[in-house]
Write a protein that binds this ligand. Structure first.
Ligand code: NAD
Length: 312
């Protein structure tokens, strides 16, 4: 097994710096997760809304790795923010993941939808908002830790003001914040704020506009082909994609690239390598404050990231 860099959460637990994303390509995820684990990944990221929890479970089973060797992350979806729905939602995820606990349970977004079975409750083409306050939702997640169903809890896609309110009004400092971060959206000040508070940052979409769904990035060229990343890669015998991953890890963050292709799955794992400080610095200068994932307006009218970089 390849040994990957381990980072520490504020719970004392270790999180492998190189994780595996499973959003999209639902039908390919069982094999992809199997290949990922076979090749050495031990941190798998899924979410209720991806519909990939059963495939993740099947991939893990096929790989035959003991549960305690894995760091498994899933996320609470917006339709289950009502405090009385939270544990039920986690139970459903645990059932699909075929496990008794997750290593990290994240609130996927701060924005509640109308509570119920429908993942996207709609009236016409509008997604209906719910009335649960994310602070109360988070308090219900704290109860899941007490019951041993989640080893740690955290959030995803919160603004700074939302984070500050959470810290002020609840008693568990989030173990992690999963957010969009890559060399074109570095969020250096927000990252430093997390370090100061002891909150681990996981970078999603670590390849920026490589995710085909991000139409905003269509005419910008590919982040992973950025000449600086490619030139730095030449020095180490690595690709631009691998350099983008190593840069996140050099900053103490975990990265969760997604791929369903074995050679890329392997290649991405080899993005866990040491970059010299001068190269990290060069990549630090590439920030374009370019955010690709902002569903503001379409998620029950919520306006995300209002105080963060890359807000259009
Ligand atoms: P990503 O940055 O991981 O890019 C994925 C795409 O890049 C793949 O579909 C593939 O086409 C391509 N790719 C993968 N490896 C490559 C390589 N070595 N060379 C060239 N191209 C390569 O994008 P992502 O899927 O958006 O993000 C990763 C994971 O983060 C997701 O799968 C999901 O688990 C998580 N995520 C979470 C949120 C959230 O709201 N919390 C949002 C987006 C993604």
């Amino acid at each position: 097994m390849a040994s990957t860099t381990q980072l520490k959460l504020n719970t004392g637990a270790s999180i492998p710096a190189l994780g595996f994303g499973t959003w999209q390509d639902k039908d390919a995820q069982e094999e992809a997760v199997y290949l990922a684990i076979k090749n050495g990944y031990r941190h798998i990221d899924t979410a209720r809304v991806y519909g990939t929890e059963p495939a993740v479970a099947a991939g893990i089973k096929k790989a035959g790795v003991p549960r305690e060797e894995l760091f498994l992350v899933t996320k609470l979806w917006n339709n289950s923010h009502d405090p009385k729905s939270v544990e039920k939602a986690l139970d459903a995820s645990l059932k699909d993941l075929d496990t008794d606990y997750v290593d990290l349970y994240l609130m996927h977004w701060p924005s509640p939808f109308k509570d119920g079975d429908d993942l996207f409750p709609k009236e016409g083409d509008k997604t209906l908002p719910g009335d649960a306050d994310y602070v109360d939702t988070y308090k219900a997640m704290e109860e899941c830790v007490k019951k041993g169903k989640a080893k740690a809890i955290g959030v995803s896609n919160f603004s700074k003001a939302e984070m500050e309110r959470l810290l002020k009004e609840t008693s568990t400092v989030p173990a992690a914040h999963q957010l969009e971060c890559h060399p074109w959206l570095q969020q250096a000040a927000f990252d430093a704020w997390h370090k100061e508070k002891g909150i681990h940052v996981t970078q999603y979409s670590p390849f920026g506009n490589q995710n085909a769904i991000y139409s905003k990035g269509e005419n910008l060229g590919k982040l992973i082909e950025d000449p600086t990343l490619v030139a730095i890669g030449k020095k180490y015998g690595k690709s631009g994609a691998q350099v983008a991953l190593a840069w996140g890890i050099a900053h103490g963050r975990s990265v969760i690239p997604k791929s369903k292709t074995e050679h890329r799955i392997k290649q991405n794992l080899e993005g866990d390598f040491h970059l010299e400080a001068e190269d990290v610095k060069k990549i630090d200068s590439l920030d374009k404050k370019l955010r690709f994932n902002d569903p503001s307006g379409s998620f029950g009218g919520w306006n995300f990231y209002t105080d963060l970089d890359g807000k259009a």
